[in-house]
Ligand binder design. Structure first.
Ligand code: G1P
Ligand code: ZN
Length: 544
């Protein structure tokens, strides 16, 4: 056994963002860059020595190379066993499931989520703790701090191993157990959802569906679960073969990037139900025939109907949403007497609430919904939840959602992203907004009266930790809202996100176009943040 210690020097840019460390592939390929970060994980997460580590990624460019490096470092750092997804693949939700199921010391997930893949695109790495969720800030800060002082790492010198055959391999004193990436996850889904009922829906001949895996990691999962275990017709899963560059696409399930799928829900022969997932399988988009369900509404509909779904029929304790997510779920919680929490952006903030059983369901406007079954958002879980609901209700997606609006009001919602703007410009824009905050309450802007304006801060109700400067909220007296924040996942310049929400309780006004309802709020947002003047942008890069 040949363990070597390699001298290295710290990099100063290894602080994890909203979801792990994300950089261009080229950055990860600089000598010792990946190794430093991985050694910082082993140095700070000491239970990994002698413990079980889960390892896998979304299959993007550099996934296999990174896996080989991490395996050799895991061995050199005394990990007892590595549970590795075959081919180096594990979706983020499957990794969370496996971390929890096998009493492990945590997992390393390689992914840049919905960001494009390829030699000039993005790569990422994150550590999930033994409860299965993304490491909380105390842990990511400890890892980051270690990267700033690191001077050596340990690695086993050995040739690459074959990642593609299930079974056990010894690497030094470490056992590498190559497992089927889908099985454990699919079994968990069968516990939560009524597969017999969903199978009957597919068998009825009256129902058709397409799932767009966007050439990313969920292809094998969706094929096994939908076409295999649920008997959906072959071809239900499209773009189902994972590719290292996602077929040149942008594996982000929204109306812009999943347009091929959107087309299948329109016109004659349109399918009844369509859904898509992202690079690593934690995001989802839900579509009915000619109908788009906003992720914020999806969470609210789930909360209102959870009692109809097998795994949640005993009732749910509460619901949480990230701050910029629309308040649709709050309306449901209000009416049903559920606990309700508003957290900063990023799934890691749901972890304590889920562990403490304060909530059962949670979600983000960024196409993420999930529950206490794991500690990550879960794309296919969301799709199965909807399928189960459709099978129970025997109604269209549109009918379910419009009925929901009648009962709870509609939260019109849209998000404007300004990508790759200058970092300093973005910081200045946010600073200028912060300065305006005290003067806003009580002012009327284009007919909207400002009720509150603040920079969102969150105190975790379980461990008391405080997270400040999490985004600027401007709330109006009619329940409408504008939120401004800078992305924590980008790899180029800064991304400004502007989130807009308008609340409508009158059913006769609930079927207008979102664009027309938002016009005045958009104008207010543009003027308040002086977006054109400060960024030079006349249009957002993406509207979702
Ligand atoms: C984005 C989303 C956020 C999500 C994260 C990881 O982060 O806005 O809701 O948790 O990706 O998928 P952001 O780039 O806004 O920091
Ligand atoms: Zn993702």
């Amino acid at each position: 056994m040949n363990i070597v210690t390699i001298n290295t020097q710290p990099y100063d840019d290894q602080r994890p963002g909203t979801s792990g460390l994300r950089k261009k592939v080229k950055v990860f390929q600089t000598p010792h860059y990946l190794e430093n970060f991985v050694q910082a994980i082993f140095d700070t997460q000491t239970d990994l020595r002698g413990g079980i580590l889960v390892l896998g990624g979304d299959g993007r460019y550099y996934n296999r190379e990174a896996i080989q490096i991490i395996l050799r470092m895991a061995s050199a750092n005394g990990v007892k066993q590595v549970l590795l997804g075959r081919g180096g693949l594990l979706s983020t939700p499957a990794a969370s499931c496996i971390i929890r199921k096998y009493d492990t010391a945590g997992g390393i997930i390689l992914s840049a989520s919905h960001n494009p893949g390829g030699p000039d695109e993005d790569f990422g790495i994150k550590f999930n703790t033994p409860h299965g969720g993304p490491a909380p800030e105390t842990v990511t800060e400890a890892i980051f701090h270690r990267t700033t002082e690191i001077d050596e790492y340990r690695i086993l010198q050995t040739p690459p191993i074959d990642l593609d055959n299930p079974g056990k391999i010894s690497l030094g004193d470490t056992q590498i157990n190559i497992i089927d990436p889908v099985d454990d996850y699919a079994d968990l889904m069968m516990e939560l959802f009524d597969f017999d009922r969903i199978r009957k829906l597919f068998d009825s001949g009256m129902f058709s569906m397409r799932f767009d895996a966007m050439h990313a990691v969920t292809g094998p999962y969706a094929t096994e679960i939908l076409e295999g275990r649920l008997g959906a017709e072959p071809g239900t899963v499209i773009n189902g073969i994972p590719k290292i560059d996602f077929g040149g696409g942008h594996p982000d399930p929204n109306l812009v990037h999943a347009h091929q799928l959107v087309e299948l829900t329109r016109g004659t022969g349109a399918v009844n139900f369509a859904a898509a997932s992202d690079g690593d399988g934690d995001r989802n988009m839900i579509l009915g025939r000619n109908f788009f369900v906003t992720p914020s509404d999806s969470l609210a509909v789930m909360a209102a109907n959870a009692h109809l779904i097998k795994g949640y029929s005993g009732g749910i304790s509460g619901v949480a949403r990230s701050m910029p997510t629309s308040q649709a779920a709050d309306r449901v919680a209000d009416k049903l007497g559920l606990l309700c929490f508003e957290t900063p952006t990023g799934w890691k903030f749901f972890g304590n609430l889920l562990d403490g059983r304060k909530i059962t369901l949670c979600g983000e406007e960024s196409f993420g919904t999930g529950s206490d079954h794991i500690r990550e958002k879960d794309g296919l879980w969301s799709v199965l939840f909807w399928l189960n609901l459709l099978a129970v209700k025997q109604q269209s997606v549109e009918k379910i959602v419009t009925d929901h609006w009648k009962a709870f009001g509609r939260n019109y919602y849209t998000r404007y992203d300004y990508e790759a703007i200058d970092k300093a410009d973005a910081e200045n824009l946010m600073d200028a907004l912060r300065e305006k905050l005290p003067t806003l309450p009580g002012q009327t802007l284009s007919g909207y009266r400002v009720e509150y304006a603040d920079d969102f801060a969150y105190t975790d109700p379980v461990d008391g930790s405080i997270s400040e400067r999490q985004g600027i909220r401007v709330g109006f007296s009619d329940g409408s809202r504008i939120v401004f924040r800078l992305s924590g996942t980008g790899t180029e310049g800064a991304t400004l996100r502007v989130y807009l929400e308008a609340y409508e309780t009158d059913p006769s006004k609930q079927t207008q176009s979102t664009e027309s309802v938002m016009t005045r709020l958009v104008d207010i947002a543009l003027a308040l943040a002086e977006i054109e003047h400060r960024t030079g942008r006349t249009k957002p890069s993406v509207i979702t």
